[in-house]
Design a protein around this ligand. Sequence first.
Ligand code: ADP
Length: 390
Amino acid sequence: MLQSYTTQTAFTENTSKSVSLQLLLFVDDRNSSKNKIEEIQNYLKQLKAQNHFDLEVIEIAKQPHLVEYFKLVATPSLVKISPSPRHILAGSDLIAQLKKWWPRWQTYLEKQQENQKEADKSLANNKSVVKSENYSGDLIKLSDEIFRLKQEKEELLEQLKFKDQILAMLAHDLRSPLTAASIAVETLEMAENAPPNHNTSGLKDQLYSQTRRQFRIMNRMITDLLQASKQMSSQLHLQPEPLQLHSLCQEILSQLAHRFKQKNQSIQTDIPGDLPLVYADGELIRQVIVNLLDNAIKYTPSQGHINLSIIHKTTQKIQVSIYDNGPGIPEEKKERIFEGHFRLKRDESKEGYGLGLCLCRKIIREHCGQIWVESSYGHGSSFHFTLPVH
Ligand code: ADP
């Protein structure tokens, strides 16, 4: 990573056994600066003929983090990074400043070189390496930090984008129950103001119940969405226990019975009575099965067929499968639908936020199981997941 901002002779490589002068020249690419920079570089070339030093030229546009790191406020800037202490020269009279400081820098350098010679050779070498390594270490840390921040920024942008999408979907979905509720309230108002000889009590009851139903729908939408997005973004806290899948599935099926009926769909089951217990969090597994059945109902047309079956796959695994004869999933989208924030274009008009399968995957993975879909497009889908036997 360090190489990404060492453009010429790498100053970080200079873990030299003797102290040397190391300079960084920060330049910009403005036309107005070109002459100035050339002048400085020529001057440095002259100096180089007399004294050895390492110079690196850094374009500030390419390495803004280094500008930040050295807290530079003007270009061109010349930074002496070794021998310590660090010294920064900046501004239009840089050559004049350099003329003034050069002899002093040479004096520092000679002093440090002398000190080094006097000290025990190996100890001195170690010190020099440590100093140089400290400096390289700083840069590596800085560069890692920049990399981490960039990644964090991308993730945050992705989350923001998702939140915008969810908000837009919620606003869109709330509109129809809201409209239905407000029409009911307006009609109620008219019924209230009807002449006393009009018997409106039956109508009023109907309107009240219609309003209550619409409020319940809105409430469910908001609660479901908040719960799903909370579970998506936070750590799941599993509370696994020995779990009987047979009775859990029976409960779920009777809870969803009216939904199958509404769409005239048939539901068949194949759940052996002697299934071993699994070790799982009952509430979360209920959520997975409900989600998969809910999708099967939602995406399979009326009169469709749905099947829920469980097999004792190996001594250690139970496999739950939910089949439907709906529209299926295109081959290239079979992974994508589990990634979250994704819905097939053809299904965008159906209610949903594209979170369900992602949440299922998160839950199943937490249980050390697997979840996947098999489908030949146009010929139904089979969603499968596995759980460990208790
Ligand atoms: P949602 O159903 O809220 O959109 P999901 O994450 O549960 O979110 O599903 C993601 C997408 O996968 C759905 O929008 C749909 O396009 C597709 N999908 C899921 N289940 C089925 C299914 N049984 N049949 C066909 N398509 C499905």
